[in-house]
Design a protein around this ligand. Structure first.
Ligand code: 4NP
Length: 165
């Protein structure tokens, strides 16, 4: 029996700094492990300020330094339909998760697993907002996200969150 792809959404506030990195690292990690076909990954922001914009130049740069191209991503805002479409929705910090949970209550929709990225990887904490920071802050964010992703992948491939076709 073949599993249908697991739909994974990464969420931050602006969808220009952290969640585009998480989406890019996740895609790369899945691809390198030969698991690209098992997932559909996307990212979104709880805020609408940057809708249609590419990721922040510092996020594009740090990803590129690590061999990942996120420059084609475009910012979009999290919507109620995402709660029904995605199996797993991972916020970067506690405020993101609270906003996702509020939207689920308002929409009354979905059975998605909602949580923080680092909690999901078994290393509890926030991925801090680097928006007003410099290159080192973006590097630190990249390292947090990239360090968590192998465990995120292992959990997603496990029976608890896998959807059977
Ligand atoms: P992100 O960072 O949530 O990691 O994309 C931010 C980007 C933009 C803003 C805040 C955080 N903003 O206020 O515009």
């Amino acid at each position: 029996m073949q599993s249908s792809p697991t739909n994974v959404l990464f969420v931050c506030l602006g969808n220009i700094c952290r969640s585009p990195l998480a989406e890019g690292v996740f895609r790369q990690t899945a691809h390198e492990a030969g698991n690209g076909h098992r997932f559909r990954a996307d990212s979104a922001g709880t805020g609408s300020w940057h809708v249609g914009d590419p990721p922040h130049s510092r996020s594009v740069a740090v990803a590129a330094r690590h061999g990942i191209d996120i420059s084609a991503q475009r910012c979009r805002q999290l919507g109620a339909d995402d709660l029904a479409r995605f199996d797993v929705i991972l916020g970067m910090d506690r405020a993101n998760v609270e906003a996702i949970e509020r939207l689920r209550q308002e929409a009354g929709a979905g059975s998605a697993h909602i949580g923080r990225l680092l909690d999901f990887a078994g290393r509890p904490g926030d991925v801090p907002d680097p928006y007003h920071g410099g290159r080192e802050d973006y590097e630190a964010v990249f390292r947090l996200i990239a360090g968590a992703m192998p465990e995120v992948m292992t959990r997603l491939l496990g029976p608890a969150t896998r959807r059977q076709a």
